[in-house]
Design a protein around this ligand. Structure first.
Ligand SMILES: *Cc1c(COP(=O)(O)O)cnc(C)c1O
Length: 480
């Protein structure tokens, strides 16, 4: 591919950019229950204007762009107060939950490298409901994940199982507030107490709930303690680009004190160029996300967020009641916040997902893992409020339509063998063959209906799913 010899007219460029979005998720109508946290035009416009205003400023060096240090300190201090922290709590701005989690795991790892050098292969105790970002951080940072099965009914972490998992190489324990998939808050106080007794690091992953749960609590919801008011909590991740409705690229990682945060900071003077001191993973970075986050938080204000939270809480109650009332559907558990998951007994959930997509709704399919069956996930946000009745009517119709769906031939044929596949013994050719069978070989685009592919993936061991999907994506991102 080559650049055009002469630059294109502006109109052509924007026409083409608009056209590229043709097949994207249509989120503007409040029919997407994931990916987009849409606060409405007015708030979004404030975020965009502030983003554009600070687009060119460079977060590489806060001694040159003092404005960005001001914004970052304000945002960290606001979240420290929001999450029960005292004046000792410190934090930094990051590009998202993944980066916040990556930094907290690195800080924990390096904290124990100096304090407990005898630990050569550090371990993180992670309930099976812990976000994939912890697996990613563990993978990048060479920390081993020790998975712990959660309660099969509430899907909350089981403190007794966590206690049993503590071993000589454990450095940290993770809890979620709430977990992404099932939307429940782990027993953070009990888990953090185990960490304290064993002199371990405890991280609360409040990427989803850190901003919203305090508002739910004020509205009367029974929210278990999860923040710095809980003794033993060392660090917290809280995303601003979720329920604080800030433009994407906005999260905060907080530490109980400066000593814990210290290993997060990276300095480099071992080269011939400028000396680097970085708070986070990225070096050169736009000031846009930070300014936008500051602007949106100050524009909406505390009363504004409380009101949005109240409307969401009512919508969640209506949606949960509606799901309970649909024959064949079952809530996975009672939601603590705004994340609702449900499954279907005797109907293919992936077929329901496709039927909903046909009706213009985006709901998220989730594969079976450990004691959690295949299910459908909803992240309910401001733009979804007011559409509950239409959503539930379409959901009931989708369930009825999906009941008619028969398992595809591929699934029937492969069912007996798939579950027993050994990821270690799969060759590249086996993987390619499976992709061709699933209809997505050679980097071919995903078809509109994905029920069959999901059903096949659902039958595979997780490690085989990972191999298959990595191979698929490696084939997909090639030159056209
Ligand atoms: C979204 C989320 C993350 C990861 O955050 P990104 O912003 O997608 O990187 C981590 N944990 C939980 C609970 C989340 O909901």
């Amino acid at each position: 591919m080559k650049l055009p010899q002469k630059g294109l007219p502006k109109e052509d460029i924007f026409d083409r950019l608009a056209d590229f979005r043709r097949d994207d998720l249509k989120w503007q109508e409040g029919r997407a229950f994931g990916y987009i946290f849409d606060p409405g035009q007015e708030i979004m416009a404030v975020g965009k204007a502030a983003y554009a205003m600070y687009l060119s400023e460079n977060g590489l060096d806060f001694t040159v762009f003092k404005s960005l240090m001001r914004l970052e300190k304000d945002l960290a201090a606001l979240m420290a107060t929001h999450l029960g922290g005292d004046r000792e709590v410190v934090g930094n701005f990051t590009s998202g939950g993944t980066e916040s989690i990556m930094l907290a795991v690195k800080a924990a790892r390096d904290h124990f490298r100096s304090r407990r050098p005898e630990i050569k292969a550090p371990e993180m105790i992670l309930p099976t409901t812990g976000h994939a970002a912890f697996h990613k951080a563990a993978h990048y940072l060479d920390v081993r994940v020790v998975p712990v099965t959660v309660d099969p009914h509430t899907f909350r972490a089981d403190p007794a199982a966590v206690r049993r998992a503590v071993g000589p190489d454990t450095i940290m324990i993770v809890g979620s507030a709430p977990s992404y998939a099932h939307g429940v808050v782990d027993p953070i106080a009990e888990m953090a107490a185990i960490a304290r007794e064993n002199d371990l690091w405890f991280h609360t992953d409040a990427c989803m709930g850190g901003f919203l749960l305090p508002y739910f609590k004020r509205l009367g919801a029974a929210v278990p303690d999860f923040d710095f008011t809980v003794p033993g909590v060392s660090s917290i991740s809280v995303d601003l680009h979720k329920y604080a409705y800030c433009p994407k690229g906005a999260s905060i990682v907080l530490y109980r004190n400066k000593a814990l945060r210290k290993p997060q900071i990276f300095a480099c003077s071992h080269w011939v160029g400028y000396t680097i001191v970085n708070n986070a993973v990225q070096s050169s970075k736009s000031g846009g996300p930070m300014a936008a986050a500051w602007a949106v938080l100050h524009f909406v204000g505390d009363d504004g967020y409380l009101e949005i939270a109240r409307r969401k809480r009512e919508a969640v109650a209506r949606i949960a009641a509606g799901i309970r009332a649909i024959d064949g559907l079952r809530l996975m558990t009672e939601p603590d916040m705004t994340l609702v998951s449900f499954t279907a007994d005797g109907t293919d959930v992936f077929a329901i997902v496709d039927e909903m997509h046909q009706r213009g709704w985006y709901v998220q399919p989730s594969l079976a893992y450990d004691n959690s069956p295949a299910h459908i996930h909803l992240s309910i946000s401001a733009a979804n409020v007011g559409r509950e009745a239409q959503f539930l009517a379409d959901l009931a119709a989708s369930v009825a339509a999906a009941k008619e769906a028969k398992p595809g031939p591929l699934q029937q044929m492969l069912q007996p063998v798939l579950g027993g596949l050994d990821p270690e013994n799969l060759s590249g050719a086996d993987i390619d063959g499976m992709l061709v069978m699933a209809g997505i070989g050679g980097g071919s685009p995903l078809p509109g209906r994905t029920a069959e592919i999901n059903a096949v993936l659902n039958l595979l061991p997780p490690a085989v799913r990972e191999k298959l999907l990595s191979a698929y994506v490696n084939d997909l991102f090639v030159q056209d």
